[in-house]
Design a protein around this ligand. Structure first.
Ligand code: KG4
Ligand code: ZN
Length: 348
């Protein structure tokens, strides 16, 4: 057995996981989600960095304890180097580099999006490459063509808000707290998705790009109209608004994803990111996949939101391909997935 420790700290989750490089077996998975941001209705970067610093040692130690291993047993250590919040990324990268240097073991820098694209592969139903990857989270909404680790290219992305951001901002508007995606998903289950009309922007087929910022304005106008007419948005009316919002976001995400599968002649679609935990997105992806002869791969819900198992899975693939990173690799808030091979040196 050759254990690999991976650390994820790009946003508001401090996470560590241990994976066996040889078998791919997951030996531990620890995720600490920072609750400190809730009262601000969104992630506060400075608080995120400080919280990562406060928690990282404990999270890493628990991941080793759960795997019944010591730091001296590790064969490699990985961390997300970008994209994300720079102060947050630095904590995980420095921790991983410190362990690599102290133990004289290889360091592997992982691109966060590549982690999300690999999340569905942590199962027995591993997608073959190439595939189209739809990553929808609080920070990203984008479509990729994934030809293998280090070979992802961006096809289209959101021009404004990410899908998760659209959920979170409308949840705030509706007084549902932060983060809002999971609450809206739950309330939408009891709602009628045909009750109100919400726009699906950039429906035209000339681009793979998304746009979600218009949705929150549309919901705000809808709520104002309803309340002006004396119809308070609570109970069934609130469920219906949630159902309509969830349908608008889901339809927008999947229309472009299916378009990409068809145009790129790649009949495999992989979902990833926090929004891929959404019940309607999951069921609609499977339904549309059947209708369009596209094989759909969904990560387990625990691997949709940020976690270190997906980072470990990507790191393992690079390690097995002979790629590790120099200790001079920096955290990079704006790292592009197309440049992810630049994070490596070939191991001799
Ligand atoms: O991937 P993630 O943990 O962090 C980023 O990289 O951003 O995604 C978090 C996002 C949040 O916006 C959250 O509201 C959304 O994922 N989310 C959901 C659901 N669960 C989490 N959105 C819709 N439905 C869900 N069930
Ligand atoms: Zn993420």
């Amino acid at each position: 057995m050759r254990p690999l420790l991976a650390i994820e700290s790009s946003c508001d989750e401090t996470a560590a996981a241990v994976l066996d490089i040889d078998s791919g077996e997951i030996l531990s998975n620890i995720v600490h989600t920072q609750a400190e941001h809730a009262e601000f209705g969104g992630v506060v970067p400075e608080i995120a960095s400080r919280e990562h610093l406060a928690k990282i040692h404990n999270v890493v130690q628990r991941s080793l304890d759960d795997a019944t291993l010591k730091a001296t047993d590790l064969n490699a250590v990985a961390a997300t180097y970008g994209p994300g919040l720079i102060g947050a990324l630095l904590v995980g990268v420095q921790m991983a580099k410190g362990i690599a240097q102290a133990r004289n073991i290889p360091f592997v820098g992982v691109h966060h999006i590549e982690g999300h694209l690999m999340a569905a592969s942590i199962s027995d139903h591993v997608p073959e490459s190439p595939f189209i990857g739809l990553v929808a989270s609080g920070g990203h909404s984008a479509l990729y063509r994934f030809a293998g680790p280090g070979e992802a290219t961006l096809l289209g992305e959101t021009r404004d808000d990410a899908a998760g951001e659209a959920y979170d901002k409308t949840a705030k508007l509706l007084g549902l707290g932060y983060p809002g995606g999971v609450v809206i998903d739950r309330l939408a289950e009891q709602g009628d998705a045909t009750r109100f009309k919400l726009p699906i922007s950039l429906k035209d087929r000339s681009t793979y790009d998304y746009s979600f910022s218009g949705l929150k304005t549309a919901v705000r106008v809808l709520v104002q109209k309803l309340e002006a007419a004396g119809d308070i948005v609570e109970g069934q009316r609130l469920y219906d608004v949630c159902a309509c919002l969830r349908k608008a976001i889901t339809d927008a995400l999947l229309a472009k994803a299916m378009l990409a599968c068809r145009r790129q002649q790649v009949p495999r679609l992989v979902l990833g990111g926090g929004v891929s935990a959404n019940s309607l997105l999951r069921s609609e992806a499977l339904r549309l996949g059947k209708e369009n002869d596209v094989e759909v791969f969904l990560p387990e819900r625990a691997y949709c939101t940020d976690n270190a198992v997906m980072i470990a899975a990507a790191a393992r693939a690079h390690f097995l391909a002979g790629r590790t990173s120099p200790l001079s690799l920096h955290a990079n808030a704006g790292a592009k997935v197309e440049d992810s091979l630049e994070a490596f040196q070939v191991r001799t």
